[in-house]
Design a binder for this molecule. Structure first.
Ligand SMILES: [Zn+2]
Length: 81
Protein backbone atom coordinates (compact mmCIF):
# COMPACT_ATOMS: atom_id res chain seq x y z
CA UNK A 1 0.00 0.00 0.00
CA UNK A 2 1.40 3.36 -0.97
CA UNK A 3 0.43 6.75 0.39
CA UNK A 4 -0.78 9.32 -2.10
CA UNK A 5 0.95 12.67 -1.82
CA UNK A 6 -0.41 15.91 -3.22
CA UNK A 7 1.51 19.16 -3.54
CA UNK A 8 -0.70 21.87 -2.05
CA UNK A 9 1.63 24.86 -2.22
CA UNK A 10 5.06 26.18 -3.05
CA UNK A 11 7.34 28.30 -0.91
CA UNK A 12 9.80 30.43 -2.87
CA UNK A 13 12.93 31.69 -1.12
CA UNK A 14 15.69 33.75 -2.75
CA UNK A 15 18.68 34.18 -0.44
CA UNK A 16 19.99 37.06 -2.55
CA UNK A 17 23.42 35.42 -2.50
CA UNK A 18 25.56 34.13 -5.35
CA UNK A 19 29.15 32.87 -5.61
CA UNK A 20 31.63 35.72 -5.92
CA UNK A 21 33.44 35.17 -9.26
CA UNK A 22 36.46 37.06 -7.90
CA UNK A 23 36.82 34.68 -4.94
CA UNK A 24 38.40 31.28 -5.84
CA UNK A 25 37.00 29.71 -2.64
CA UNK A 26 33.45 30.20 -3.92
CA UNK A 27 32.51 32.56 -1.11
CA UNK A 28 29.01 33.98 -1.46
CA UNK A 29 28.27 37.66 -1.93
CA UNK A 30 25.00 39.47 -1.47
CA UNK A 31 23.64 40.81 -4.73
CA UNK A 32 20.14 41.73 -3.48
CA UNK A 33 18.09 41.55 -0.27
CA UNK A 34 16.57 38.15 0.53
CA UNK A 35 12.94 37.65 -0.49
CA UNK A 36 10.26 34.99 -0.18
CA UNK A 37 6.77 34.23 -1.43
CA UNK A 38 4.17 31.49 -1.19
CA UNK A 39 1.69 30.14 -3.74
CA UNK A 40 -1.28 28.02 -2.63
CA UNK A 41 -2.30 25.46 -5.26
CA UNK A 42 -5.65 24.86 -3.58
CA UNK A 43 -7.13 28.38 -3.64
CA UNK A 44 -4.67 30.16 -5.96
CA UNK A 45 -3.55 32.68 -3.35
CA UNK A 46 -0.17 34.30 -3.83
CA UNK A 47 1.36 35.66 -0.62
CA UNK A 48 4.29 38.02 -0.54
CA UNK A 49 6.82 38.65 -1.70
CA UNK A 50 8.39 39.84 1.52
CA UNK A 51 11.91 41.18 1.71
CA UNK A 52 14.86 41.47 4.08
CA UNK A 53 14.22 40.90 7.77
CA UNK A 54 10.65 39.75 7.15
CA UNK A 55 11.83 36.63 5.28
CA UNK A 56 12.63 34.26 8.22
CA UNK A 57 9.25 34.71 9.93
CA UNK A 58 7.43 34.45 6.59
CA UNK A 59 9.21 31.20 5.74
CA UNK A 60 8.56 29.76 9.20
CA UNK A 61 4.87 30.66 9.42
CA UNK A 62 3.18 31.33 6.09
CA UNK A 63 2.43 27.85 4.75
CA UNK A 64 1.14 26.71 8.15
CA UNK A 65 -0.93 29.83 8.87
CA UNK A 66 -2.37 29.89 5.34
CA UNK A 67 -3.39 26.25 5.58
CA UNK A 68 -5.46 27.17 8.65
CA UNK A 69 -7.32 29.93 6.79
CA UNK A 70 -7.21 28.71 3.17
CA UNK A 71 -10.66 29.22 1.60
CA UNK A 72 -10.28 25.93 -0.29
CA UNK A 73 -9.99 23.95 2.93
CA UNK A 74 -12.09 26.05 5.31
CA UNK A 75 -15.16 26.62 3.10
CA UNK A 76 -17.87 24.08 3.80
CA UNK A 77 -18.30 21.70 0.91
CA UNK A 78 -14.97 22.52 -0.70
CA UNK A 79 -12.90 19.68 -2.05
CA UNK A 80 -9.15 19.61 -2.07
CA UNK A 81 -7.43 19.35 -5.44
ZN1 LIG B 1 -5.07 28.52 -0.12
Amino acid sequence: MSARQTMIGALFVDSGLEPDPADPTGRLRRIRPPRAGYACYLCGARLGPVHGRDVPAFVADTSISHRATCPATTTQGATAA
